[in-house]
Write a protein that binds this ligand. Structure first.
Ligand SMILES: Nc1nc2c(ncn2[C@@H]2O[C@H](COP(=O)(O)OP(=O)(O)O)[C@@H](O)[C@H]2O)c(=O)[nH]1
Ligand SMILES: [Mg+2]
Length: 213
């Protein structure tokens, strides 16, 4: 896996997607962020004051740059600051902690999910992280049920082992690109007064072949 040179002056990407990590304190957001951007797990990740970092991925012939925002919104009541942080996001990752009872995370989760719904055209997924720590079937089912009810794809991941992180982001990138391309096609159709055509969204069989770099 290679990371693109982030210091080049000329942008070498087809589209920039803003992605935000949302969740209660200590659930593991920064660790997911560090795992995805640096390919590492750091016990002291919390002390790193990183706001955002970029990573490029390839989807078919397109280079997509992900601008990932990590945050520590102090508590779920801070809906306004959550909303501010999420403004303009193309993608959001709702992070929950596999080592905590799911029921105890529900109130916080509902508030954050509500904020997420306020962002137009934002594709969302849910990550249940720290899956390297064993949890019982009832907990897994509760998370699955919540995700299904809220039309969120759920991924069991571990920032510590790296398990599931790439696949989860891959799914998100695919959804963001599909949504972006569809919106671009609508614009083109409107301005040409006719059908979509040339250079537009990926054909159906192109979906899902996102190579992480
Ligand atoms: N076992 C395990 N611990 C984790 C994992 N991810 C984070 N942690 C630990 O959980 C704590 C909170 O993680 P952090 O990423 O700072 O959470 P944040 O406050 O949501 O950003 C830290 O002690 C991490 O080392 C994981 O995947 N597995
Ligand atoms: Mg953090």
């Amino acid at each position: 896996m290679t990371h693109r040179n982030q210091s080049r002056a000329v942008p070498e990407y087809d589209f920039l997607f803003k992605v935000v990590l949302i969740g209660a304190p200590r659930v593991g957001k920064t660790s997911v962020f560090v795992r995805f951007t640096d390919g590492a797990f750091r016990e002291d990740a919390a002390s790193h004051a990183i706001d955002f970092k970029t990573r490029s991925v390839q989807l078919n012939d397109k280079i997509l740059k992900l601008q990932l925002w990590d945050t520590d919104r102090p508590e779920a009541g801070a809906e306004k600051s959550d909303l501010h942080f999420m403004r303009g996001a193309h993608g959001a990752v709702l992070v929950v902690d596999a080592t905590m009872p799911f029921a105890e995370q529900l109130d916080d989760l509902n508030v954050r999910l509500e904020s997420m719904k306020g962002i137009r055209n934002c594709q969302s997924i849910m990550m249940r992280t720290k899956s390297d720590v064993a949890s019982n079937e009832a907990e897994v089912s509760a998370a699955k049920e919540y995700a299904a009810t809220n039309q969120l794809k759920l991924f069991e991941v571990s920032a510590k082992s790296g398990n599931g992180i790439e696949a989860a982001f891959q799914t998100l990138v695919d959804a963001m690109w599909t949504s972006h391309a569809a919106a671009a096609d609508v614009k083109r159709t409107r301005s040409s007064g006719g059908g979509g055509g040339g250079g537009g969204p990926p054909a159906k069989d192109e979906k899902g072949c996102c190579a992480m770099m």
